[in-house]
Design a protein. Structure first.
Length: 152
């Protein structure tokens, strides 16, 4: 394999909206690169909002359970950094006709670091300053991150 060439999907999360947003559906895939992780999100059914942006994070929790996805806990933050320097802080999703697609490369985590954790979409855009979570609003969709081999 060429240096820096992309490998197959290492981890994946099937994202589903909560009871207020049942139309949200999508997939977030995590690819191992040589010294980074490629995160690709393909989301459908996002609601209309004033801004059209939605905060998007990896969370510490291992379940999407609880009222309003409470079991997802806070942002994935193994280095105890301030927001927006949590390992799980990702760029916001931008809605277009209810859909969002995002591809970002990060060196903040590897797919194996986040397997078993959750990916969360919030109702507000991230303001990149308010502690501890960027004033991101309600958790409106969630998916548990699993090894790709476990999702087949």
């Amino acid at each position: 394999m060429q240096s820096g060439a992309m490998r197959s999907v290492a981890a994946v999360a099937e994202v589903r909206g909560g009871k207020e947003y049942p139309k949200i559906r999508g997939t977030v895939k995590f690819y191992s690169l040589e010294n980074a992780t490629l995160v690709i999100a393909d989301i459908k059914g996002l609601p209309k909002t004033r801004t059209g942006f939605f905060a998007f994070h990896i969370h510490e929790g291992t379940s999407c359970g609880g009222e309003d996805f409470a079991e997802t806990k806070g942002h994935y933050n193994p280095n105890m950094s301030l927001h927006p320097d949590h390992a799980g802080d990702l760029p916001p999703l931008m809605r277009s006709n209810g859909n969002a697609f995002s591809a970002v490369v990060t060196d903040r985590f590897t797919p194996s670091d986040i397997v078993g954790r959750t990916v969360v979409i919030h109702s507000n855009p991230d303001d990149f300053s308010t502690q501890p979570s960027g004033n991101a609003g309600k958790k409106i969709a969630c998916g548990v991150i699993r090894r790709a081999a476990d999702t087949v």
